[in-house]
Design a protein around this ligand. Structure first.
Ligand SMILES: N[C@@H](CCC(=O)N[C@@H](CS)C(=O)NCC(=O)O)C(=O)O
Length: 227
């Protein structure tokens, strides 16, 4: 690995690829100089992890993937952990207990919330009428509400652990997007945390770039329905 080379983050279309947004936000907040390279996911092999352009940079056939010198890392969380190790800034809270909880929340986001992710597909640009909410998705929305509200109560925002953004914020920002896109029910305090996450410098930049990538994505149900 040559640490003097710029890291390159391979990402999917910004409007849809929530997994790509997570390490991009971590890189944005890290202070590292980096490039990103967009790979069109709306092509043969999508959904099967068999897109040729993606397989060329990621053994799992998924984005995000990070290239740093001769090192290639796949998976959003592993990429964030790597960035945290090489960057000059702390991307986890300083306090050991807070850091442990931030990691637990991040792992929870990475491995749970599948109903919310499947039922409310990520779409930054649109406001979509709230679809029927399944019992399983309702349980996850309530859990998300608890996380947002309790972190807001404890730290007062703007981020989940107070003044500075951390990897947990990068992981939960796409959930704030879903809450906004589908007007999902949140308590007042959780709603404040949602709005805070959607007002961060990193998300506003990502969102601005997403607006410019204006092409419908045939695999995204709402872009064909609401185009
Ligand atoms: N667990 C992976 C998930 C990555 C993932 O599912 N990425 C989607 C785009 S958001 C993908 O590349 N899909 C390609 C496909 O399904 O063919 C991570 O955390 O990086």
């Amino acid at each position: 690995m040559n640490i003097f080379e710029k890291p390159i983050l391979y990402i999917g279309p910004r409007n849809y690829s929530s997994w790509s947004m997570r390490p991009w936000l971590a890189l944005f907040w890290s202070g590292l100089d980096f490039d990103d390279k967009l790979i069109d996911l709306d092509q043969e092999g999508y959904g099967k992890r068999q897109i040729k352009d993606v397989l060329a940079v990621s053994p799992t056939g998924t984005v995000p993937a990070l290239k740093h010198g001769d090192l290639n890392i796949w998976d959003s969380l592993a990429i964030c952990e790597y960035i945290e190790e090489i960057c000059p800034k702390e991307l986890w809270p300083i306090d050991a207990n807070d850091r442990a909880i931030a990691r637990a929340l991040t792992c929870e986001m990475h491995s749970v919330f599948s109903n919310m992710r499947n039922d409310f597909t990520h779409n930054i640009r649109r406001i979509i009428p709230t679809p029927p909410i399944s019992e399983d998705a309702k349980i996850e929305i309530e859990r998300l509400d608890y996380i947002f509200a309790s972190q807001f109560e404890k730290f007062g925002g703007p981020f989940l652990f107070g003044e500075k953004p951390c990897i947990a914020d990068a992981f939960y920002t796409p959930m704030a997007v879903r809450c906004r896109t589908y007007s999902l029910p949140l308590s007042e305090k959780a709603g404040k945390m949602r709005d805070n996450l959607l007002s961060s410098d990193g998300f506003l930049k990502w969102s601005e770039l997403a607006q410019k990538e204006w092409q419908p994505f045939k695999s995204a149900p709402h872009d064909s329905v609401y185009e």
